[in-house]
Design a protein around this ligand. Structure first.
Ligand SMILES: C[S@@+](CC[C@H](N)C(=O)[O-])C[C@H]1O[C@@H](n2cnc3c(N)ncnc32)[C@H](O)[C@@H]1O
Length: 443
């Protein structure tokens, strides 16, 4: 490959309107720091880095690109797409009503100074030593801590209460506080009684047997380990060099985005798959232990979270869409509650997609990664239903859907036999319908 000077390189870029520079290796190479940074927390149902990377590389550049381009993930979870978007040089905006998801995403897209991180870790260690045992009593008697007694040993609850009081004593910049909270939240499950191999906290017979009367591991030991690991992932030189251009994450619902109409060049999201994960249940230990949610707020979050298996709709109403209505009807013949659940899921997703249509620029692209599922032994062709919902809110497919076979089961919630296994996930790309063009058929 001939080597070019900087001027030659920029001239060659200028020969093509709309050309953008991408560090393809940084986005694709599985061993890069971006992949390590995606894994700073075991938040469930993360998008695969390879999928996020290939979407970023495949997106068409707007005809008259203004830099930086803006990418929105309205259901950002732990922020994989946001991180890949930052690597592409975009301004990224993420939303998720789950406070833990929003926290992890914020930490992933922030830039940290090593010395300042060290400074606050040491300050925290000193503040922990200064907490008096009697000051932790009120916190340990709260309803939130009472509900954790089944999952966490008393000594672990002591340590978490001490950590919280020590953190409250420090007046530190929000992003450093967020870092400490992410490290703490990754340290709770490993020292709990829950089976480490199951996503929603579960005390299986196997774990009970393995735990026996044994001593629990220390939360502080786990915290120090996690803080070190996250620090080394986020301080990688490549991530330090990224521009942040006003990128941000809000703890909000995707059905009412705090964004102006027509502001997004790209929207990339992987919505909850129908009843695949109970996000709130999966992370409720962390939310309660770290004071991110009260018990009442946890219930409210459950209601706001789309696709949750525990939220039934009140009644079945027609969406006026052939595939959606017939799938609901087929399931209703076998199980009324499941059908209500699907109806509620589709209505909620329609609201999310309407918001996406509102915020997407006329030439912009919306990419959705979604898996199908089975309910009551019947296939729920979620990708097809989402495509139908999209067309009802003014979006059309603008390329052939891509299917990826899911190989790893590690992060899938153990499901009821009638719910089946999610085999494939679909990558669907849409644009505003009024742009015209050939519409690929979805069969
Ligand atoms: C499949 S996960 C997203 C994973 C993400 N792409 C990643 O790589 O970490 C789906 C997310 O949708 C979020 N979600 C559920 N209901 C929502 C709502 N009403 N508004 C916004 N996000 C919601 C869930 O909290 C969950 O974090």
């Amino acid at each position: 490959m001939p080597r070019h000077s900087r001027t030659e390189r920029s001239n060659s870029t200028m020969q093509f309107r709309g050309t953008r520079r991408l560090d393809v290796r940084a986005i694709c190479d599985v061993a890069t720091p971006i992949r390590k940074a995606s894994w700073i927390h075991p938040y469930p149902a993360k998008m695969l880095g390879e999928i996020a990377g290939s979407i970023v590389l495949s997106l068409p550049v707007p005809r008259e690109p203004r830099f930086p381009l803006t990418m929105v993930d309205p259901m950002c979870g732990s922020g994989t797409t946001l991180l890949y978007g930052l690597c592409a040089g975009w301004t990224v905006k993420g939303f998720d009503p789950n406070p833990l998801a929003a926290l992890i995403s914020r930490v992933k897209i922030a830039r940290y100074e090593e010395k300042t991180l060290e400074f606050w870790l040491q300050k925290l260690a000193k503040a922990i030593l200064a907490v008096r045992h009697k000051d932790t009593i009120a916190l340990k008697e709260s309803d939130e801590f009472a509900s954790l007694r089944y999952w966490l040993w008393p000594s672990v609850l002591d340590e978490i209460a001490t950590f919280r009081l020590a953190l409250d004593e420090l007046s530190l910049p929000t992003k450093y506080r967020n870092f400490l909270l992410v490290a703490a939240s990754s340290s709770i499950r490993p020292v709990s009684k829950a089976d480490p191999e199951v996503v929603p906290p579960t005390i299986s017979k196997k774990t009970q047997k393995a735990l026996g009367p044994g001593r629990p591991r220390s939360f502080f030991t786990a915290f120090n380990f996690q803080a070190k690991k996250i620090k080394s992932s986020l301080l990688a030189t490549m991530l330090q060099g990224l521009q942040r251009h006003g990128s941000r994450v809000r703890c909000e619902d995707a059905r009412g985005l705090d964004l102006e109409g027509g502001c997004a060049d790209y929207i990339i999201m992987s919505p909850p798959y129908f009843t695949a994960h109970d996000y709130v249940r999966s992370v409720h230990l962390e939310l309660l232990a770290l004071g991110m949610c009260s018990i009442k707020e946890l219930h409210e979050l459950r209601v706001r979270t789309i696709g949750s298996a525990s939220a039934y709709g009140n009644r079945i109403s027609s969406l006026g869409l052939y595939h959606c209505d017939s799938t609901i009807e087929n399931i209703r013949k076998r199980h009324e509650q499941r059908a209500r659940m699907l109806c509620r899921y589709l209505l909620q997703m329609k609201d999310v997609l309407s918001e996406c249509t509102r915020i997407l620029k006329p030439q912009g692209s919306l990419v959705i990664v979604i898996g199908g599922s089975t309910s009551q032994g019947l296939t729920v062709p979620t990708a097809k239903l989402i495509a139908e919902l999209c067309s009802s809110v003014g979006m059309q497919l603008d390329s052939m859907p891509v299917v990826n076979a899911i190989r790893s089961r590690g992060f899938m919630t153990r499901r009821n036999v009638t719910a089946g296994v999610i085999e494939d996930e679909w990558i669907l790309r849409f644009t505003h319908s009024e742009r015209g063009g050939a519409i690929p058929r979805f069969t």
